[in-house]
Write a protein that binds this ligand. Structure first.
Ligand SMILES: NC(=O)c1ccc[n+]([C@@H]2O[C@H](COP(=O)([O-])OP(=O)(O)OC[C@H]3O[C@@H](n4cnc5c(N)ncnc54)[C@H](O)[C@@H]3O)[C@@H](O)[C@H]2O)c1
Length: 339
């Protein structure tokens, strides 16, 4: 069965998913695309062979599954529409501008019984998948300390040039919600639940409600402590980058870059090891670490009518962590236990 995929929103991430679909080996076709920015919709339609739609309804009418790739504040309304039509739905992260709305969206797709997937793409990353594998190896021992840094130039400029990321009504908040929700999802996926958080934030760019520097000290339910920092700076020459350093009782691990590594680790009694690129992917496959193309995986689930991953429900927890961090920052760092 050919899955006809429609797009609401034709910006940066829509093109990224279109490329993922194009590169997947799945039986997929582009259906309609709608964006109120007509030039963007036209460019997407021309580039990917999609039908240019003049209304949202037309884009929904044309497809078997829909991608919601608009700015964040539009996600919940459009997901409701997909549910009303019983359409499988891929929605970008953050699901919503706050955790209660994200939770309501997870309820809605479950009530409608539709295949659903959220754009928490790091779940498919070889670097983070292998990190999880190394941490869970009993040889490593328990996690004692973790440092997670995520930095990006503030995306109201450069290749993103998105004014909505400077508008709290449409983005919800700044660097933590908009960018680092990925980090919190993959952090808990790799290491286990955070117990409490103590956060501080700063706002250098002066955009109302859009923090551009956020730091959190956290403790893990399994023991151990960590620090997370999220920064939107102005070094336009620097790509968006993450760096994670983990000390387990008997293993030290460093991950650089989001996808291809390198991942470097040293276990007591052994030599340091380092994997990157295709070697890292091969090691993931050998260790049964899921890696691959999230768009191909979504279409496969739609065709089979089977659950996709990660689901909207998976996204609720990182939303709760983000909300807890903002609550802590509002009181200059009082610890908040994450519900
Ligand atoms: N998973 C990831 O790694 C990742 C990366 C980038 C962005 N995102 C998320 O994807 C979403 C979009 O980000 P982007 O970088 O593509 O932004 P963008 O500004 O490039 O594109 C967003 C587009 O949505 C359109 N739009 C707004 N309301 C609409 C509606 N009702 N119907 C159709 N189109 C509408 C806008 O006109 C704009 O063209 C955001 O939620 C963002 O957080 C996720």
């Amino acid at each position: 069965m050919t899955v006809r995929v429609g797009f609401l929103g034709a910006g940066l991430i829509a093109h990224f998913h279109a490329l993922g679909l194009h590169e997947s080996a799945e039986d997929v076709a582009f259906a309609g695309v709608y964006d109120p920015d007509r030039s963007r919709a036209k460019e997407f339609a021309t580039g990917w062979g999609a039908t240019l739609c003049t209304t949202e309804a037309e884009a929904f009418d044309e497809c078997d599954a829909v991608y919601i790739c608009t700015w964040t504040s539009e996600h919940d309304r459009l997901v409701d529409e997909a549910c009303a039509r019983r359409l499988p739905v891929f929605c970008e992260k953050p699901l919503a501008v706050d955790a209660p709305r994200a939770s309501a969206m997870a309820d809605a797709v479950e009530r409608a019984g539709v295949v659903n997937q959220v754009g928490l793409l790091l779940r498919y990353s070889p670097a983070f998948g292998f990190l999880r594998h190394l941490i869970r190896d009993p040889v490593a021992g328990r996690v004692m300390s973790l440092t997670f840094r995520n930095d990006q130039y503030i995306p109201v400029q450069g290749m993103y040039a998105s004014d909505w990321r400077g508008d709290r009504e449409r983005a919800g908040a700044g660097t933590l919600l908009e960018h680092s929700i990925h980090d919190l999802d993959i952090l808990e996926h790799a290491v286990g639940p955070l117990h409490s958080v103590s956060s501080r934030s700063a706002n250098f760019h002066g955009l109302d409600g859009i923090e551009d520097s956020m730091a959190t000290v956290f403790d893990l339910e399994g023991g151990g402590v960590g620090v997370h920092t999220s920064i939107w700076h102005d070094v336009l020459e620097r790509p968006s980058l993450r760096r994670v350093e983990v000390f387990c009782e008997r293993r030290h691990i460093v991950v650089e870059n989001d996808w291809t590594g390198p991942v470097t680790w040293l276990t007591s009694g052994s030599q340091e090891r380092r994997l990157e690129g295709t070697e890292l992917v091969a090691a993931c496959r050998g260790a049964d670490v899921p890696v691959g193309n999230p768009d191909g995986a979504f279409v496969r689930s739609v065709a089979a009518g089977s659950p996709a991953s990660p689901t909207f429900r998976d996204a609720v927890r990182p939303h709760r962590l983000v909300d807890a961090m903002y609550r802590s920052a509002a009181t200059s760092g009082a610890p908040v236990v994450v519900a």
